[in-house]
Design a protein around this ligand. Sequence first.
Ligand code: SF4
Ligand code: SF4
Length: 278
Amino acid sequence: MKNKIKKIGITGGKGGTGKSTIAILFANKFIEENKKVLLVDCDVECPNDYLLLGQKLEKPKEKVYAEFPELNKAKCKKCGLCVRTCRSNAIFQAPGKYPIFIKDLCSGCGACWLVCPHKAIRPKREEIGQIFVNQIKRNFWLITGQANAGLEETGPVVVQTKKFVTSLAKKIKPDFILFDTAAGTHCPVISALMDCDLAYTVTEPTPMGAYDLNLILDLCQKLKVPAKIILNQADLGNKTEIKKVAKKFKIKIEKEIPYSKELVEAYSKGRLLELSLI
Ligand code: SF4
Ligand code: SF4
């Protein structure tokens, strides 16, 4: 029987800890073991894995759409029910006036057009992002989700990118899917980590690194995703606070990666594919 595809999240509450670098190093390790790998860049607001791999994003394989509300004033009775229903505070209504939709706050959940008793709101489909595929090697593919500039609610782009990857995986049958998440613990990160078999949380030996590690491990615990810690630039700071967080969550530091000039050079030249440091 074919083994189940292993889905691994590469994450870390803090930005700039080297998540993308570590994700690519893991991909390199699995490729060297002759495994098939899909690396998915879920940092859809500013994906950069393609740059680190010396690639370009050419023609999108798929476009991502979302539905936003549009008002038909001829039908609207200004009752305000849509305003009271919207949990994102994305509808403003001055007394006696028509409701106004604030797109930057709208998640496209659809509650307003479902609740309107006069059918005065209809969903309007709009493109919010694109999905790109680069085949890097015979057994290595990079899938990049990219949100349109200025989009506030980027979670749907991550969700759609993951759906695309699920159907691509049925054709390619990879051994590993690596999800490189955005920094933080917000919606797009949750969407990226959901259903992962394991998460590597990448951190650095600083008080801020420890603080954010605590947040991301807490999130992994809530999502019931087992987590391991990767300590990047391990020799450039004090590990005491990181060790305390690891102890609190009963998680060992899986790997310590020291500062490496070779790694920094490969990073800046988009040549990470050539490195095997994990
Ligand atoms: S619920 Fe419908 S009718 Fe009432 S204010 Fe909103 S759009 Fe207008
Ligand atoms: S689609 Fe959802 S978030 Fe957007 S305005 Fe309607 S109720 Fe609010």
